[in-house]
Design a binder for this molecule. Structure first.
Ligand code: ATR
Length: 284
């Protein structure tokens, strides 16, 4: 008697350049094991141009990938490639998720929901005012997440004032001179660093937090090192903090649910596995 044909394992992955540093394969593999789903989540190095991105995505779709996460430098390419996009991805001008169907792909942005969830995990009521340091793609996503969380007084500051002005005009934000960022800490409920300052190999972010109310939450999107000087300082002063790993774990949830069809829980066990891996790689 012929049995059912063997089920093809579910395929998904992360496309970026470089991509070998990504922790996403570890996150998805842990979740797949937890719920007993047979699947593979693979890092895919795609050269940093749109033509190669299209070729790679067409090929993944053709061989039956359910979807991919997309990371630097392809987040704008992902939005351009998709036939359909969520409102959040459109507003961000970038996507970190592509879900494939036979003849199309849908783009979504779970970086934004991931950041919002990481904040909410620490404080159910994040307040009304925020200061965002930086004005790149990451800052754009953070601003959208803060708006989703109901913050109404969002201020932005950036070394290059023009970029802060652009983002400020696009999202109706107050723009603060980079030199005046310290004076702005008073009455801030959420402080977010989206610049590359503090990242391994980059100059430190020198920011004296003494003007910040102790109830304020401090977030840093960097996860190498895991505890930036900013987060260490904030913790020492008793602030609630959100690190890059929290965001990374939360942004992975929608993709796992969508492609592998199982429950994805962000918890301390997952975090400690990832910290172990970062330590193994000499990055924590
Ligand atoms: P992403 O898309 O990840 O946000 P990005 O667009 O390269 O990356 O943005 C990096 C951010 O870090 C920018 O806000 C950048 O400031 P500029 O717009 O002035 O370049 C900020 N940044 C990088 N190096 C910096 C430094 N030495 N001092 C202050 N800000 C810095």
């Amino acid at each position: 008697m012929a049995g059912d044909p063997p089920k093809t394992p579910i395929l998904a992955g992360v496309a970026g350049h470089p991509v070998s540093h990504s922790l996403s394969p570890i996150i998805h593999t842990i979740w797949a094991k937890r719920v007993g789903i047979e699947g593979h989540y693979i890092p895919i190095d795609v050269p940093a141009n749109y033509d190669d991105f299209v070729r790679a995505m067409d090929a993944l779709r053709a061989v039956g990938f359910a979807g991919v996460n997309v990371t630097i430098p392809h987040k704008e390419h992902a939005l351009r490639y998709a036939g359909e996009a969520s409102e959040t991805a459109k507003a961000a001008g970038a996507a970190n998720m592509l879900t494939f169907s036979d003849d199309s792909a849908k783009a979504e942005n779970s970086d934004i929901t991931g950041f919002a969830e990481a904040v909410q995990e620490k404080t159910a009521e994040p307040g009304t005012s925020a200061l965002v340091l930086g004005a790149g793609g990451a800052a754009r996503g953070v601003v959208l997440a803060l708006k989703d969380l109901g913050l109404t007084d969002i201020r932005i500051t950036n070394r290059t004032l023009e970029r802060a002005k652009e983002l400020g005009a696009a999202f109706d934000l107050a723009v603060i001179d980079w030199e005046k960022r310290l004076e702005t800490l008073e009455n801030i409920d959420v402080l977010v660093n989206t610049t590359s300052l503090g990242m391994t190999g980059q100059p430190p972010l020198e920011l004296d937090l003494s003007g910040l109310d102790p109830s304020a939450l401090v977030a840093d999107i960097v996860y190498a090192p895991l505890k930036t000087a900013l987060l260490k300082d904030a913790e020492a002063k008793g602030h609630a903090t959100v690190d890059g790993l929290a965001m990374l774990m939360h942004q992975a949830v929608p993709g796992f649910r969508m492609w592998f069809g199982g429950e994805a829980i962000v918890d301390d066990d997952l975090r400690s596995e990832l910290v172990k891996e970062l330590k193994r790689r000499g990055r924590a």
